[in-house]
Design a binder for this molecule. Sequence first.
Ligand code: AMP
Ligand code: MN
Ligand code: MN
Ligand code: MN
Length: 309
Amino acid sequence: MMSPANDPKQTAGAILTDSTYAVIYDLHSHTTASDGRLTPEALVHRALEMRVGTLAITDHDTVAAIPGARAEIERAGLPLTLISGVEISTVWENHEIHIVGLNIDITHPSLVTFLQAQTERRQQRAMLIAERLDKAQIPGAWEGALKLADGGAVTRGHFARFLVEAGKANTMADVFKKYLARGKTGYVPPQWCTIEQAIDVIHHSGGKAVIAHPGRYNLSAKWLKRLLAHFSESGGDAMEVAQCQQAPHERAQLAAYARQYGLMASQGSDFHQPCPWIELGRKLWLPAGVEGVWQSWEQQPQKINEREV
Ligand code: AMP
Ligand code: MN
Ligand code: MN
Ligand code: MN
């Protein structure tokens, strides 16, 4: 039998309170406020179980999860630093590019107004997706996706779940390939904001702008470099370099790009729900030679009251 001292679950508390233990930064995660499956309260507990010391919640175009997560950390006295974040949907050269905002002031008026506009765009797009599916003899998608979103931001992830539950495909990957990817029956070209607008609103609310999962846009090396150059020239701060699941050498390649384009590096699981290969904090570390985006705010504590409004 395993003794309590050897059982990681039993010793996790002791390790977490040991200040010499290296904390894990996970700066990309989702909750039920968008297409994640865990509530904000459940997510912060799970983060701690996975030995994450600093967690950013970055729901799609909403910050609705942040107050509840913060309150739970306080209530339960969790040794977890929560970074207020958001994942903003943008369109660039006909590609949907996600820009993560980290360490933002979620009450900043320009951010609040901006996210309201993004929410309206989401609703419009969701209605059009449902109309297209209806024409393709798949009724009930609007009600179905809305029910799954349960008051949170409605995403293609909810349509995908609805379609899998309706027996239209076996897996989320298949359902995207068949119905929701660019050019497919349920695809609606998005009306998202530009990359510059996303960077601008993140900066106005005191945050750092980070390109999310650069390896997941199906861009050739030439186009990816073009994107990074554009982001950097537009004032972007960092790019995600480390994720749980990456092709061999991808992390080293992304770190090299970060240096080349003068960007800091970030890392995040993009956790949506418990699953064997994507987990909070899993395999998150940065190669040598890049600067972690968190260093920028840990070295310069925020002065919210002195910030220009
Ligand atoms: P949206 O922001 O509404 O376009 O939805 C994008 C979300 O759909 C992503 O954040 C993922 O959660 C999910 N998604 C996109 N592509 C796939 C895929 N191929 N397989 C599973 N989920 C996906
Ligand atoms: Mn998602
Ligand atoms: Mn994303
Ligand atoms: Mn994400």
